[in-house]
Design a protein around this ligand. Structure first.
Ligand code: CA
Length: 360
């Protein structure tokens, strides 16, 4: 109530924001019927799931394992050949993306933690898969700052073929506003690691700045826009639409409100919540036929609340959200859509599983 009273004192815009926050809390509609079945168990902090053109699920586990899972049987095949990985607290093997030409070139991209407790870093690399091994590491961005927490490391490839990756502030918040530092940024690269000539600075992989710990990336079908989920500090996890050269405010501003005179500032499209964080994790735009009413909506998972959320948009405006799963499986780290429109979810409890969400 104090927050709402404070908003009203700030004037009509704040009052509208308060109304929107209230409206966003209302469910959009009754959830359609679905079942959630265990697909594969015995995993440890699976962090990133990617569907390959080989029909297989490629999964990273944060302690430093890469697995290929058969979506029919749930059988796991461990892929060897990974480099040394620093895996403590929130650091380890995290982001994974398969090259658009994976079927031909076997290329995949991994973001992982390097160094030691005393000299921590993070790295984005390209590898080649050969059978049950990866090799041929080509380091694309090295010496990103690392820490026990806020290591970013979500990796995604845009519809037009650029490689995007995120990096957290690695607990040095002010560095997120330093355009020359690699902390608190979202990057855009060519897939060979070179810097696209039309980046905001053609000598830098930096695409956007002012991020605390963005650990979700997804491209919207249709307009190809990039959206990101980002962990807030004690309140206000964010859903952001990422613009070229944009500043997302951390640590000076947060959430959906305007922010003084910070150049190129983009407030969040939505925030979760003013009462505390939900530990927002990865997102997708749903495209499938299995749940027609979800088409073009954002689905995202959360760690702290163990929830699967559905967010409806009108253009770039969030109009409503609803909770489809509410802590039935503990923390949820990642989500991926199968070709048939069913969904895969990765839990993050320590003794973990990949879940398969299908129509009832
Ligand atoms: Ca922000």
């Amino acid at each position: 109530m104090d927050i709402q009273a404070g908003r009203i004192r700030q004037g009509p815009i704040a009052a509208i924001a308060a109304f929107l926050a209230f409206a966003l809390a209302l469910p959009a509609s009754a959830a359609p019927a679905f079942d959630v079945n265990p697909l594969s168990q015995g995993l440890e902090h699976p962090w990133s799931i990617a569907l390959g053109p080989d029909g297989q699920l490629w999964v990273t586990e944060r302690p430093g394992r890469l697995q290929r899972i058969d979506p029919e049987s749930g059988e796991k095949t461990r892929i060897s050949g990974l480099p040394d990985i620093r895996a403590r607290a929130e650091s380890g093997l995290m982001g994974l993306a398969l090259d658009p030409d994976f079927a031909g070139n076997g290329a995949l991209y991994l973001c992982y933690s390097t160094g030691s407790m005393l000299n921590p870093g993070n790295r984005l690399s390209r590898f080649t898969v050969n059978g049950d091994e990866v090799g041929d590491e080509k380091i694309l961005i090295d010496d990103m700052p690392g820490a026990m927490w806020h290591n970013g490391c979500r990796v995604e490839i845009s519809p037009d073929g650029f490689l995007f990756a995120s990096m957290g502030d690695a607990t040095e918040a002010d560095e997120a506003q330093n355009p020359r530092a690699l902390a608190g940024k979202i990057f855009r690269l060519n897939r060979d690691g070179s810097i696209p000539a039309d980046n905001p600075d053609p000598t830098s992989p930096v695409w956007s700045i002012g991020h605390r710990n963005p650990q979700g990336l997804a491209f919207r079908p249709g307009d190809g826009s990039l959206w990101s989920t980002e962990h807030g500090p004690d309140t206000q996890d964010e859903l952001n639409k990422i613009e070229k050269g944009g500043n997302y405010g951390w640590p000076r501003c947060r959430g959906i409100n305007a922010c003084g005179n910070l150049p190129s500032y983009h407030p969040a499209a939505a925030e979760f919540t003013r009462d505390g964080t939900i530990a927002i994790s990865d997102l997708i735009f749903y495209k499938g036929a299995a749940f027609p009413e979800w088409q073009d909506d954002i689905l995202f998972v959360a760690l702290k609340t163990g929830r699967l959320y559905r967010v409806q948009l009108d253009g770039d405006k969030v109009t409503s959200h609803e909770i489809l799963i509410d802590d039935s499986f503990g923390r949820l780290r990642d989500i991926a859509e199968a070709p048939d429109g069913s969904l895969y979810l990765a839990t993050d409890n320590g003794e973990d599983q990949i879940l398969h969400l299908v129509p009832k």
